[in-house]
Design a protein around this ligand. Structure first.
Ligand SMILES: Cc1cc2nc3c(=O)[nH]c(=O)nc-3n(C[C@H](O)[C@H](O)[C@H](O)COP(=O)(O)OP(=O)(O)OC[C@H]3O[C@@H](n4cnc5c(N)ncnc54)[C@H](O)[C@@H]3O)c2cc1C
Length: 533
C-alpha cells in the first residue's frame, strides 16, 4: 500500500506528450508526479523516429524562411477537415473550436519547442534528410498550393549526432534526464484506472493500480492525461473506426484507458473515426499483437499494388495516411470492402535488391508472407490458395475470376507508364516525398519510382492490410488543453494531450512528425495552463 501523495500536477502516461507535460510543469516550478503504466518510460515515442512537425519554427525564422500563418492554416485545415474545408470562409469551413485549435498549433508549437530547449529538457534541430539536405526531407504535401514551406518544418531531437536515424529513444532520454534533474517523482508500473472529483466537480486526484497496491495521488492544480490512443482495444476499434485495421504499431499499453475514464466524466468525444493510418504486411499484422512499423513508402520500382481483381487502385508511393484509406472503400455490387486486402506484386529484381526493404525480409529470401509463382497465372493460383486459408480474417476475400488476365493487363499499363515516366492513373512519383527515399533498382529510369517488370517470371506477391500507428480520437479539448464535457464546458482540473484526446489535427497527417508535434505542443499548453492557475 502506497502512502497518499499530494503534488501540484499529476501527469498520466510517460510518452511523447506526458514527458513534455511533466517537464514543462516542473520547469514552471510545480511539484509533479508522473504515473506510467509500463515498467519503462517512453510509450510509443520510444519506438518512433522522433520527428515533430513545427510550423514557423525558430530554425526557419533564423534562416529567414517565411511560413505565413494564413497559408499554413489553410494547409492544415484542408488536410484536417477535407469534407468541410472552404478556402474563402473566415474559419476555413471549420467549427470555431477546430479553427482555433489549428491557430493555437500554428502559434504555440514553436513556443513549446523553444521553451523545452531553453530549460534544457529537449534540444531540437531540423531533421536531416537521408541525402544530406540541411533543410531536411520534403513535406508530405509540398505539392499543395497552400504549402509555402516545402522543407524545414520537421524537427528532431538534437543529440549531437548529425546523421538521420531513429531518435525516439533520444527524445525519451533527454526529457527523462531533465525530469530526474528536476526531482520529478516517477511511478512506473502504475495504471491509472480512475480519477476523483471534489464537490464542485473538479478533478483532484488519480487512483492507480500498482504491484504494491493502490496508489492515490492528489493534484492541487491539475491532472494531465497523455495515455495514448485505443489502438489495442479491439472493441473500441470496431466501434469507432471506419473499417477494420489489422496492424497496430503503438505500444501494447495503448488500450484507450482515457477514453473510458473520460466518458465516465461526461467528456465530449470527437475525431473518433480517425487514426494515423498506414499499411502492413497482412499476414504479419494478424499474427503478432503489435507490428514494429508500418509500410512507410513501399520498397521497389518494378512493384505495384492491385486489388483482388488485379487492378491498381492507389498510388503505392503516396503518403501512408492517405494511401491506407483505400482499404475502407465499399463495393456496392459485391456488398463487401473492395480493398479489404490489397496485393503487392513485384519481380525478381525487387526480391533480390538490397536496401530498406521492410517488411520483405532479406534480399533474395522468401519469408512465409511472400508468395511466389513462375508466371502471372501461377502466382494468381498461389495467392488465391493463400487467401483461402485466411478467410476468417478477411471477410472471405478471394481473387476475382479474371485476376490472372487482369493483372497481365495492369502490368502492361504500368510498364508503359514506367517507360514514359508518368503514371497517368495515380501520379506515382509525382511529389518530392515520393522520390526522396527511393532507391532506384534500375538504371536510367524516367520516374525513379517506376520500372517495367521483367518480361518473364518468377513473380512475387505479398498481401497488404490496413494498419495504424495509433488512433487519434477521444475526449475533446479546448485551446488550453482542458478537457471539455458534452455541453462544451471545461471539466475543471482535467487536461489531455496526444493520442488519448481528439486530435486538434483532425484526420490529417500534415507531414512527418505531426503526431508527436501535437502531443508535445498540447502537453506543453496543458502544463502551462495548469501551473498558471
Ligand atoms: C514505428 C513508429 C514510428 C513513429 N515515428 C513518429 C515520428 O517520427 N513522428 C511522429 O510525430 N510520430 C511518430 N510516431 C507516432 C508517435 O510515436 C505517437 O503518435 C506518439 O508517441 C503518441 O504520443 P502519446 O504521448 O499520445 O502516447 P505514447 O507516446 O504512446 O505514450 C503514452 C503512454 O501512456 C502510458 N499509459 C497508457 N495507459 C496508461 C494508464 N492508464 N496509466 C498510466 N500510463 C498509461 C503508456 O504505457 C505510454 O507509455 C511513430 C510511431 C511508430 C509506431
Amino acid at each position: 500500500m502506497h502512502l497518499p501523495v499530494e503534488v501540484d500536477v499529476v501527469v498520466v502516461g510517460a510518452g511523447a506528450g506526458g514527458l513534455v507535460a511533466a517537464a514543462t510543469a516542473a520547469g514552471c516550478g510545480a511539484s509533479v508526479t508522473l504515473v506510467e503504466r509500463a515498467c519503462e518510460l517512453g510509450g510509443t515515442a520510444t519506438v518512433s523516429i522522433g520527428e515533430f512537425w513545427v510550423p514557423n519554427n525558430v530554425h526557419l525564422r533564423r534562416l529567414g524562411i517565411d511560413d505565413p500563418e494564413a497559408d499554413c492554416l489553410a494547409l492544415m485545415a484542408r488536410l484536417s477537415y477535407p469534407d468541410t474545408y472552404v478556402a474563402e470562409s473566415a474559419t476555413l469551413g471549420l467549427t470555431q473550436l477546430q479553427y482555433e485549435l489549428l491557430r493555437t498549433y500554428y502559434h504555440r508549437a514553436s513556443e513549446a519547442a523553444e521553451y523545452l530547449d531553453q530549460i534544457g529538457a529537449l534540444h531540437s534541430r531540423i531533421s536531416p534528410a537521408a541525402y544530406g539536405d540541411p533543410l531536411g526531407h520534403p513535406e508530405y504535401h509540398s505539392d499543395l498550393s497552400e504549402n509555402r514551406v516545402p522543407q524545414g518544418r520537421h524537427l528532431i531531437v538534437d543529440d549531437g549526432d548529425p546523421a538521420f536515424g531513429l531518435r525516439g529513444q533520444a527524445y525519451v532520454r533527454q526529457l527523462s534526464d531533465y525530469l530526474a534533474r528536476m526531482g520529478v517523482s516517477i511511478r512506473t508500473g502504475c495504471r491509472v484506472r480512475q480519477v476523483e472529483r471534489d464537490g464542485t466537480g473538479r478533478v483532484v486526484a488519480v487512483l492507480a493500480d500498482s504491484p504494491d497496491g493502490p496508489l492515490h495521488v492528489t493534484a492541487r492544480r491539475g491532472v494531465i492525461f497523455a495515455t495514448g490512443g485505443f489502438g489495442h482495444d479491439r472493441n473500441a476499434r470496431e466501434t469507432f473506426l471506419p473499417g477494420p485495421v489489422d496492424g497496430v504499431a503503438a505500444v501494447e499499453t495503448a488500450t484507450g484507458d482515457f477514453l473510458r475514464i473520460g466518458q465516465g466524466l461526461g467528456a465530449a468525444l470527437a475525431n473518433m473515426t480517425s487514426a494515423y493510418l498506414g499499411n502492413a504486411a497482412f499476414e504479419l499484422a494478424i499474427s503478432q499483437p503489435r507490428i514494429p512499423a508500418l509500410i512507410h513508402f513501399p520498397f521497389g520500382d518494378s512493384m505495384m499494388w492491385v486489388d483482388t481483381n488485379g487492378r491498381r487502385v492507389v498510388n503505392e508511393k503516396g503518403v501512408f495516411n492517405d494511401r491506407a484509406r483505400a482499404h475502407f472503400d465499399w463495393d456496392a455490387t459485391g456488398r463487401r470492402r473492395a480493398n479489404r486486402v490489397l496485393i503487392q506484386v513485384f519481380d525478381r529484381v525487387v526480391l533480390d535488391a538490397p536496401g530498406a526493404r521492410y517488411p520483405l525480409g532479406p534480399p533474395g529470401e522468401l519469408p512465409s508472407h511472400v508468395i511466389a509463382g513462375d508466371s502471372w497465372p501461377e502466382l494468381a493460383v498461389r495467392v488465391d490458395e493463400r487467401l483461402a486459408q485466411l478467410t476468417a480474417n478477411t471477410g472471405g476475400a478471394r481473387l476475382g475470376p479474371d485476376f490472372a488476365d487482369q493483372i497481365a493487363a495492369s502490368v502492361r499499363r504500368f510498364d508503359a507508364f514506367a517507360c514514359e515516366g508518368v503514371d497517368l492513373d495515380f501520379g506515382r512519383g509525382g511529389t518530392p516525398i515520393q522520390t526522396c527515399y527511393e532507391q532506384s533498382l534500375h538504371a536510367g529510369l524516367r520516374n525513379p519510382t517506376m520500372a517495367p517488370f521483367t518480361a518473364s517470371g518468377p513473380y512475387y506477391a505479398m498481401l497488404i492490410g490496413p494498419a495504424m500507428f495509433d488512433t487519434s480520437g477521444g475526449p475533446a479539448i479546448d485551446t488550453s488543453s482542458r478537457v471539455l464535457d458534452v455541453s462544451g464546458s471545461p471539466i475543471e482540473g482535467l487536461f489531455g494531450t496526444g493520442g488519448c484526446i481528439a486530435s486538434p489535427g483532425g484526420a490529417a497527417y500534415w507531414s512527418g512528425g505531426a503526431p508527436i508535434g501535437l502531443a508535445l505542443t498540447f502537453g506543453y499548453i496543458a502544463a502551462r495552463t495548469a501551473t498558471a492557475g
